[in-house]
Write a protein that binds this ligand. Structure first.
Ligand SMILES: Cc1cc2nc3c(=O)[nH]c(=O)nc-3n(C[C@H](O)[C@H](O)[C@H](O)COP(=O)(O)OP(=O)(O)OC[C@H]3O[C@@H](n4cnc5c(N)ncnc54)[C@H](O)[C@@H]3O)c2cc1C
Length: 578
């Protein structure tokens, strides 16, 4: 038995996982057999990681547990049957959309396929929106390289694509004064890692910078390069600019398999027909291993790690300048620990948690998780009370057992590129990942044809007016041109009918209530859509030419209206007035 395989077998035995069997496959390791619990499955995966293999494939079956369920849209005939694209991107999260925009710099036919009814439906809208400074990323990892580069690129991306980016900075506070001794070492590490700026703060300086910070802190470090964005808006911005530059976005389009010829992908099988592809980019988030498997290139397994995040009312936003965290040192964890961060739109986010989950689309939230983040983070800002939480949500990180990004052309399929295992800091890294992944795809295409720049490429996204950002005079001008800007629909967020109509007719049209929300925040305020939903529904129905009963919250089948409660006089039976 090879030395490293023996090491894995020994580690499994030490953990008591006697029914788990490791074997080598290509340059990776595959685990097979059975485990009694999900935790044992996870432990087995980590036992095989870090032993010098290219990847860990964990095919261990957990007794009594069903396989992960994947949402697939309804079969929709053959609208895309036979269409040819130079590059096909699978997944409309931040990675896929940023890659689409990068590829639209080239004179190529580019398509992005997304199984959900909109972009940014999975992990890319279910996160903290932090553009991390890079300090937490391990030395020598891809996470570090892409985080540092991606963070720097956000300033230009925000300017070109017109999304809000606030480099608000972060303060990582210390739990014990003893930890101050380690700060000079942290500074050197930060410098070696390429982190842009780090200041050591005394207890008093932390309090001066963040007057509402917990009094239990003992100084800390300030990281001025930390920023925040609304992640769903970043994704929409990338997707829209890609479409403006000629890319196609096909929603409700699930990839179900590949047609292979002599080891190459020649066709992408979808629920909308077979698409021909020159190069294929796997940016499928929590399902990236399944996509790799369609090409017989599954050298890694994704395991989902759920994180729950609470949203704090905008009224409390001004109580904090930047991100606040107080990591508990000595606790072995695969996450950065969470904290409290501004959103740039006025709210604060609290969390996230980190829980291994067998279901990769498990966005449920539980009282226990919420209680955990309240006990852990609420007190970091002394102004916050549990009643300030307006809602909460969860996202699932797409983790590999090696805990690093996989960004590379396939070793076995000459026209496939993987952008997989993109857990945190994937959002912060996205601009840099997209640049490299697009370059890899272009290299593949160059082997069979000439690839020229797109002469019409315009990096600037066309922007519709945002009333809340305009001065009174500017609002007056906008309303004069289009009276719909004068009709406020979402009172919490000050969103007008005109902005909602713009979103419905934008380059990646918003076709559901949640899609409108992701573009203009209608329904995201304190009342969480309690007042504006009926008006939004009416506008969506009118602008899309659908019946109100056809309008969905999101995925097909999520209609809000189930039938009429009143019928015209004389027609119904139970509801007429006598
Ligand atoms: C709780 C939490 C907090 C986080 N906080 C941060 C943070 O503050 N900063 C940061 O940098 N990162 C953060 N992250 C990580 C960040 O959200 C991810 O790294 C990033 O969103 C990954 O983007 P993606 O495009 O790879 O995946 P996704 O956004 O999941 O996109 C993949 C897409 O592929 C689609 N897809 C899958 N299979 C198919 C198929 N067969 N056919 C068609 N489409 C398919 C999916 O529907 C999905 O839309 C956080 C993550 C979580 C869960």
């Amino acid at each position: 038995m090879a030395k490293r395989l023996k090491l894995v077998a020994e580690e499994l035995a030490r953990l008591g996982l006697t029914a788990v069997y490791p074997r080598e496959w290509r340059r990776s390791i595959v685990l097979e057999g059975e485990a009694d619990s999900w935790q044992q499955y996870i432990d087995a995966g980590y036992a095989a990681a870090g032993k010098g293999y290219k990847g860990v494939v964990n095919d261990v079956r957990v007794r009594g547990l069903e396989a992960p369920r994947e949402y697939l849209p309804p079969v929709q005939g053959g609208a895309l049957e036979g269409i040819s694209y130079d590059a096909v991107i699978i997944g409309g999260g931040v990675i896929g959309c940023a890659v689409a925009r990068e590829l639209s710099r080239w004179d190529l036919r580019v398509a992005l396929l997304e199984k959900e009814d909109d972009v940014a439906k999975q992990t890319s809208s279910r996160n903290n929106g932090m553009i991390h400074p890079g300090l937490a990323a391990p030395t020598g990892s891809k996470k570090l390289i892409y985080n540092i580069r991606g963070n720097r690129m956000y300033t230009q991306a925000a300017a070109e694509l017109g999304f809000d980016f606030d480099r608000c900075g972060s303060v990582v506070m210390l739990e014990k004064s003893l930890y101050q001794l380690a700060l000079p070492i942290v500074r050197v590490k930060a410098l070696q890692k390429g982190v842009d700026g780090l200041d050591i703060l005394s207890r008093r300086q932390v309090a001066q910078r963040e007057p509402n910070a917990t009094s239990l802190q003992h100084g800390g470090i300030s990281l001025p390069s930390t920023g925040v964005v609304a992640p769903y808006k970043v994704v929409v911005a990338y997707a829209e600019n890609a479409v403006e530059n000629g890319a196609a976005v096909h929603l409700n389009t699930a990839v179900l398999g590949f047609e292979m010829e002599q080891g190459r992908i020649v066709g992408v099988r979808t629920n909308q027909g077979l698409i021909h592809a020159g190069a294929v980019i796997n940016a499928a988030g929590v399902w990236a291993d399944k996509i790799a498997g369609y090409a017989d290139d599954r050298f890694f397994t994704i395991h989902g790690r759920k994180g729950t995040i609470a949203i704090i009312d905008k009224a409390l936003g001004p109580t904090q300048k930047g991100v606040l965290a107080l990591p508990r040192l000595g606790v072995k964890t695969h996450t950065k620990g969470g904290g409290l961060n501004p959103t740039g739109e006025g709210n604060l986010l609290m969390g996230p948690t980190a829980i291994e989950v067998p279901q990769r689309e498990d966005w449920s939230t539980t009282a226990e998780e919420l209680e955990f983040i309240i006990s852990r983070h609420l007190g970091l800002n002394r102004q916050l009370r549990p009643r300030d939480i307006i809602t909460y949500f969860a996202g699932v990180r797409a983790c590999t057992f090696d805990e690093d990004f996989i960004i590379e052309p396939s070793e076995h399929v000459p026209n496939l590129v993987h952008a997989a295992g993109i857990q945190s800091p994937g959002l912060a890294s996205a601009p840099a990942i997209a640049q490299d992944v697009a370059a890899m795809a272009v290299e593949i295409l160059k082997t069979t044809r000439e690839v020229k720049p797109n002469p019409a490429f315009n990096p600037k996204r066309r922007l519709a007016p945002e009333l809340a950002k305009l001065s009174l005079e500017e609002r007056g001008e906008a309303i004069k041109k289009n009276p719909a800007y004068g009709q406020i629909v979402c009172r919490c967020e000050t969103i007008s009918a005109g902005e909602i109509i713009d979103a419905i007719h934008s380059p990646v049209p918003a076709a559901s209530l949640d899609a409108v929300k992701r573009r203009v925040r209608a329904g995201m305020g304190r009342c969480q859509g309690g007042f504006c939903t009926p008006a939004l529904l009416e506008i969506l129905a009118r602008e899309t030419g659908k019946a109100p009963s056809e309008i969905t919250k999101g995925r097909p089948g999520s209609q809000l209206l189930v039938g009429e409660t009143k019928t015209p006089q004389g027609e119904g039976s139970g509801h007429e007035r006598s």
